[in-house]
Design a protein around this ligand. Structure first.
Ligand SMILES: *[C@@H]1O[C@H](CO)[C@@H](O)[C@H](O)[C@H]1NC(C)=O
Ligand SMILES: *[C@@H]1O[C@H](CO)[C@@H](O)[C@H](O)[C@H]1NC(C)=O
Ligand SMILES: *[C@@H]1O[C@H](CO)[C@@H](O)[C@H](O)[C@H]1NC(C)=O
Length: 426
């Protein structure tokens, strides 16, 4: 009897949720120059292991990006992984080339469909007026392909512009809100933009999807106007929780898988990726892989609607290797340099209550934490060259402990670096 009921409910939920909550990661095809099919397969396996359904392929116009597609799709098809095109409109895309790229790949079993229609997204593109997007869609439709178009028009961030945007662009079906960091303020990002543009889709009678960007960090130090940091200290935790509890988007897009230059990569640092001349100064040695442990927890929660049970005690921690006020010999002080706290942040995932102890030099903080997840921090020490130590204690005994891979250097730095090192105690 109970089996019958369970099956009945399962069928019902399948009918109601045609497009289940999906999680994609924004993938910079610009960083796949040296990739062959096994490289795609390796990234796909790592992403799939934490519940990511696919990659949004951020595709510039250059001499190689599109030539990477056959290997990407072959690897995705073999792994039953999903891909969709995200045109990088900061490059001069010609409409015909966009049409033919969609035409070539929309019939792949790995091309992601929203409402049964191939999903196409962008970075930017609102400088191209409605005519451009209408022409793009109608050329595809003449070729027998009806897409769902959900662009990231980055000039639309103000919640009060949402209605106008859908009015200005009758051709767009959904929206991708790229803005997943505070806007040059030392305060948490709110969900005002997400809620307004998500509501705008239904108010305008469009079919979606609403894609919400969730990002762990934002720091860039590539010179001139490209030197900035946004307040990201606890962003990776609260932004996911906003997605799950507040916004409930159709799709979460992790920003990003592999954009090293903006410090929001969650993939491992890949020696096959050419980081250019300046990014290695703040990327090499600054692993982010342990952030995927947090992502896995939230992806499961987002998809199932229930916070997963923690089955293993772990602490994910991150910290910058230099205090914010230190003068460095290379680069320039980034915009908003005063925003981040000089502290080690620790995100605990506990099977049962414990005390989490965070120590840096002569600073030590203890947190009594219940089962589940929690975040705490300890300020940097004024002592030079200290390694953070993170411990889980129960009944006065250390259960697990770990030490950060880099000492915090309070006396000197070779280059302005606000990118954190991420580690794990497990
Ligand atoms: C998909 O369509 C393209 C061009 O229209 C064609 O070259 C390709 O062989 C098709 N692929 C499949 C799997 O049908
Ligand atoms: C978590 O564990 C409890 C107790 O064992 C169980 O009842 C519950 O179904 C589990 N939840 C999930 C999401 O697995
Ligand atoms: C700080 O970094 C400088 C090089 O930039 C190095 O010479 C020095 O030993 C470091 N200090 C500590 C305490 O690690």
């Amino acid at each position: 009897m109970s089996v019958t009921i369970a099956l009945g409910l399962q069928c019902l939920s399948l009918v109601l949720r045609v497009d289940a909550a999906a999680v994609f990661a924004h993938f910079m095809v610009q960083n796949a120059f040296s990739y062959v099919q096994p490289d795609w397969a390796a990234d796909i396996a790592v992403a799939q292991a934490i519940g990511i359904d696919g990659f949004a392929l951020n595709t510039a116009v250059d001499n190689y990006e599109v030539s990477k597609y056959p290997d990407a799709f072959a690897a995705a098809e073999a792994a039953n992984f999903q891909l969709f095109i995200s045109f990088d409109m900061t490059y001069d895309w010609v409409q015909n080339d966009m049409v033919s790229l969609v035409q070539t790949y929309a019939n792949s079993s790995s091309y992601y469909k929203w409402n049964g229609k191939p999903l196409v997204s962008t970075f930017d593109g609102d400088a191209d007026a409605e005519d451009f997007w209408a022409g793009f869609k109608s050329a595809l439709s003449n070729a027998g392909i009806t897409i769902s178009l959900a662009p990231a028009f980055i000039d639309f961030r103000d919640p009060s512009d949402a209605i106008q945007m859908f009015g200005d662009f009758p051709s767009i079906d959904g929206f991708f809100n790229w803005w997943s960091w505070p806007d040059d303020v030392a305060a948490d990002l709110t969900t005002a933009t997400d809620l307004a543009y998500k509501a705008g889709i239904s108010a305008a009678g469009r079919t979606g999807p609403y894609i919400m960007a969730v990002s762990p960090w934002q720091f860039k130090e590539l010179g001139g106007e490209n030197d900035w940091v946004e307040q990201s200290d606890e962003l990776w935790k609260y932004r996911w929780e906003q997605a799950i509890s507040d916004v409930k988007p159709d799709i979460v897009e992790i920003v990003t898988w592999n954009d090293y230059g903006e410090s929001h990569y969650i993939s491992d640092i890949n020696p096959k990726v050419n980081l250019g001349d300046l990014a290695p100064n703040y990327v090499n040695g600054f692993d982010h892989g342990a952030w995927r442990i947090m992502a896995q927890y939230y992806i499961s929660w987002y998809k199932t609607g229930t916070a997963p049970n923690i089955t293993k005690d772990q602490v994910v921690y991150w910290y910058r290797a230099f205090p914010k006020a230190i003068a460095c010999s290379g680069g320039d002080l980034p915009r908003n340099s005063d925003f981040p706290a000089d502290a080690v942040f620790a995100y605990s995932m506990l099977t049962s209550p414990a005390t989490v102890v965070l120590t840096v030099g002569d600073n030590s903080m203890s947190f009594d934490v219940s089962a589940g997840v929690a975040i705490g921090s300890v300020p940097f020490s004024t002592e030079d060259g200290q390694l953070p130590v993170i411990s889980i204690m129960r009944n006065g005994a250390t259960v697990k402990s770990g030490t950060g891979a880099k000492a915090i250097n309070t006396s000197s730095c070779p280059y302005y670096n606000f990118n954190p090192l991420v580690g794990i105690v497990d």
